[in-house]
Write a protein that binds this ligand. Structure first.
Ligand SMILES: Cc1cc2nc3c(=O)[nH]c(=O)nc-3n(C[C@H](O)[C@H](O)[C@H](O)COP(=O)(O)O)c2cc1C
Length: 410
């Protein structure tokens, strides 16, 4: 079983992640993880925090001479802001977030911020300082998830699985609909808002500027595309073994995500049945790889299912989208109430992004990588990556129609 935990507060000393279940022999380096951490930090509309941090995950365990050992992989990401920065009350974070009891006052956050974990968290944990809640619920934690996702991506690479994301909508400004195989991924990486269309990128940047000028914020939609997946990953036999379950949970667990859809998603509800399903191509149209096995067995004419049927991969690209709500902390704060008195006040303001949808796409890639790596390991097992690859190759030789298999000379 592949699993991970994270620890760490937004302005504490740092973030920790432990990932267990990656086989031995996977090539891994801090530089590789850094690439994804840097991608999470980009995006027009991010706030001051991203200028302070240059996220770097130090591998603490589980790797030797550039390869995983099969033991738990632990990473540590320092919060630079902790040692160098000051909070909104002007006091250093080392004071506000001190592990030890401190002399002198620590300013509590009592002006609850609607849209954050502050209110249910403070009620549930019976605290008079919402910082006890917001420090952990902050999306700073997503840096640890991205580090975990980078490791999962390294595991998936030898199977030819690639995971990418792009922004399709920010604040209602939409990129033109593009089939996943036609997305120009280089353009996405070069775009300040991770959008594949130049005109849409410009319009989105203008929308972010307008939102900043109004003191408000913007949400949006990102799309994740995973290619190279074998058919039959996941399972139909139990609700908690479906890949769709793992992906929904992984993406739905992200801060600010309010909706997840696969393939045609909610638009499928409007289609007649004949247009919604993905017809299978006859075997004469299939392609073989260099080893003689089917390159992509049971291919489809369309991919409305987004690469999932019955909770299993079809072998077509996996396509999922997630909607994220606009950021709750705004320069023009929302009306709120005081945690101690219940009296009217304005929500607490702490340095904040205008939008974060491009970063959400990168976090979505990481969570997708985790869910896919787990499902691949459930199917193929293996203590060392060579064993996993052997099992995968043997399986791929069996998944075509029996009469057309290489063993039958088909
Ligand atoms: C990458 C990323 C960055 C975020 N940055 C901010 C931010 O700067 N300010 C803010 O108020 N919320 C931000 N959020 C959203 C909050 O973390 C989140 O909406 C909030 O904690 C409440 O959780 P919920 O939306 O899941 O209910 C960010 C979320 C993500 C994924």
């Amino acid at each position: 079983m592949l699993r991970f935990l994270t620890a760490g507060e937004s302005h504490g000393a740092g973030l920790v992640a432990i990932l267990e279940g990656i086989p031995a022999g996977v090539r891994l380096s801090e530089a590789l993880i850094r690439q994804d951490l840097a991608r999470r930090q980009t995006g027009y509309g991010r706030g001051g925090r991203m200028k302070i941090e240059t996220d770097y995950a130090v591998l603490q365990s589980g790797v030797r001479h550039g390869e995983t050992l099969g033991s738990p992989i632990a990473v540590l990401i320092e919060n630079r802001d902790h040692s160098t920065g000051k909070g909104p009350d002007g006091k250093p974070w080392t004071h506000t977030m001190s592990k030890e009891a401190v002399d002198g006052e620590v300013t509590p956050i009592r002006r609850l911020r609607p849209g954050h974990a502050d209110t249910p968290g403070a009620a549930k944990y019976a605290t008079q300082d919402a910082r006890d809640i917001l420090e952990r619920s902050s999306a700073r934690e997503s840096a640890a998830r991205v580090a975990v996702g980078a490791v999962c991506r390294a595991f998936l690479a030898p199977f030819g699985v690639e995971i990418r994301s792009h922004v399709v909508n920010i604040g209602g400004v939409r990129a033109p609909a593009t089939a996943p195989e036609q997305v120009d991924w280089e353009r996405v990486e070069a775009s300040p808002v991770r959008c594949a269309d130049d005109a849409a990128s410009e319009a989105v940047v203008a929308a972010i500027d307008a939102a900043r000028a109004k003191g408000t914020s913007l949400g949006g939609v990102f799309e994740v595309v995973a290619t190279g997946l074998p058919i039959g990953i996941g399972d139909h036999i139990q609700w908690d073994r479906k890949l769709s379950t793992a992906l929904s949970a992984a993406i739905g667990s992200m801060n600010a995500v309010k909706g997840v859809e696969f393939g045609g998603g909610f638009a499928e509800a409007d289609l007649p049945g004949h247009e919604a399903q993905d017809v299978i191509k006859p075997v004469e149209e299939w392609e073989r790889g260099a080893d003689g096995a089917w390159a992509r067995p049971w291919p489809r004419r369309t991919n409305n299912a987004g690469g999932l049927e019955g909770g299993m991969t079809t072998g077509e690209p996996l396509v999922l989208r997630a909607a994220v709500k606009p950021i709750a902390t705004m320069i023009n704060p929302l009306p709120s109430v005081d945690l101690a008195t219940g009296e009217v006040s304005q929500a607490h303001y702490e340095r904040s992004d205008i939008t974060f949808v491009p970063a959400c796409g990168v976090i979505g890639e990481a969570m997708t990588a985790f869910a896919l790596a787990g499902a691949m390991l459930d199917k193929f097992g293996g203590d060392r990556i060579d064993e996993t690859l052997r099992n995968w190759r043997a399986y791929m030789a069996t998944v075509g129609p029996v009469a057309a298999s290489p063993a039958h000379g088909g």
